[in-house]
Ligand binder design. Structure first.
Ligand SMILES: Nc1ncnc2c1ncn2[C@@H]1O[C@H](COP(=O)(O)OP(=O)(O)OP(=O)(O)O)[C@@H](O)[C@H]1O
Ligand SMILES: [Mg+2]
Length: 355
């Protein structure tokens, strides 16, 4: 995909499938998202040290007149990996083609894209940990020497051809760096882990989005939404829209702390940003397994969620905010989780409920 002046994403190559959109997003949500997605480093809030390093790399590659090193971005969903990749392209004045590993099923998918890349262009592969072995092996020489090693013919007549490629930059994104094979990880010159956002940073994200969406919001309302956004800009942006709707229908259009609270309560998002599934997750560990340790497979069955969703979406925030710990024998609910759910904490695993 190429970004045009309005940052609308056009599908240029036939074999590039669009990235999946959240199924409960409306068309209006999607057009909001296009408008509020930061387009420059200045608009991109937080992740300061990553931005600093990237700015220097971009500057240096411009001075050297060479392509950027391959970059791996990893971290939980919604922290801004795709956004950062599009900013890197824009700040480097190059085009970007966006695809994701599941769309690169057949060898010809990845070969087609690699051969179509122009000098300096960026190839962004989302969910890169899901790349199959064959595609990975095609990528190795492409990343290292900008060549493709193609084989033609059958058994005795098999011939290997080296096809030169233009010097491109691969940006890979993943929620699970650990699932990447060693040889692939080693071929990235730069590896950045995106961090969860502080409340202050998220408040800034919220106020910036509110301005673009023409919502009026009080400072303490922005702070309230920020505290309940799981330290994640994508969630902050989703919640501000719901708070904006609430303020319009129930109030005078201004998002106050009270109507932010009411809107988020109505969505069952609690004071720490946990939703029904998060709380259910904690309650399973506490009530069914005396606080743990309990294996993820067991929790997955009880919760009715698949393990990947738990590992990629639910757990990272619960871990980082200290509600659970991961031990060799499984997940354990912390004292903080008991307190948050109003369940009395006892070390010997027995529980009793507050009145
Ligand atoms: N640093 C930031 N400043 C302001 N807004 C941001 C920032 N990072 C992300 N956002 C907003 O959050 C939304 C989600 O970001 P993005 O799609 O880049 O996340 P992601 O890490 O690629 O998620 P996934 O792992 O699900 O692909 C973006 O649409 C953007 O509006
Ligand atoms: Mg993304």
């Amino acid at each position: 995909m190429i970004l045009d002046d309005n940052d609308n994403i056009k599908h240029k190559a036939k074999n590039i499938k669009p990235i999946e959109l959240n199924s409960n997003e409306t068309e209006l949500d999607r057009s909001y998202d296009r408008n509020i997605r930061p387009k420059t480093f200045d608009e991109y809030i937080g992740q300061e040290s990553i931005k600093e390093t990237l700015k220097i790399s971009i500057e240096a590659s411009k001075k050297r007149n060479s392509s950027l090193d391959h970059i791996l971005l990893y971290g939980p969903p919604g922290l801004g990996k795709t956004t950062l990749a599009t900013i890197i392209a824009k700040e480097s004045n190059v085009d970007i083609k966006i695809t994701s590993a599941p769309a690169l099923e057949r060898p010809r998918d990845i070969i087609g894209i690699l051969m179509s890349l122009k000098e300096g262009e960026i190839l962004f592969i989302d969910e890169i940990h899901r790349l199959n072995k064959v595609a990975e092996e095609i990528l190795y020489p492409a990343m290292e020497d900008f060549t493709l090693d193609l084989t033609t013919g059958k058994s005795q007549t098999v011939k290997t051809m080296r096809v030169p490629l233009k010097k491109f930059t691969l940006i890979g994104a993943t929620t699970k760096a650990g699932a990447l094979s060693g040889p692939l990880r080693d071929r990235f010159g730069v590896i950045h882990r995106l961090e969860f956002y502080t409340e202050d940073e998220l408040s800034k994200v919220i106020k910036r989005s509110a301005k673009i969406l023409n919502f009026k919001i009080n400072d303490d309302a922005a702070d309230e939404i920020s505290r309940r956004s799981r330290s994640t800009p994508r969630i902050a942006n989703r919640l501000i829209k719901r708070a904006g709707d609430w303020a319009l229908v129930k109030g005078d259009g201004i998002i106050t702390k009270q109507n932010a609270k009411d809107a988020l309560d109505s969505l069952n998002i609690d004071s720490k940003g946990l939703d029904v599934t998060d709380r259910e997750f904690l309650k399973i560990i506490i009530n069914n397994y005396s606080g743990g340790p309990v294996g993820i497979e067991t929790i997955a069955v009880a919760l009715g969620e698949d393990i990947r969703t738990i590992e990629d979406v639910i757990e990272p925030y619960l871990l980082q905010s200290g509600f659970i710990q991961r031990t060799q024998r499984g997940r354990v609910a912390t004292k903080k989780a008991y307190e948050h759910l109003n369940i009395k904490y006892t070390q010997n695993g027995q529980i009793s409920f507050f009145d």
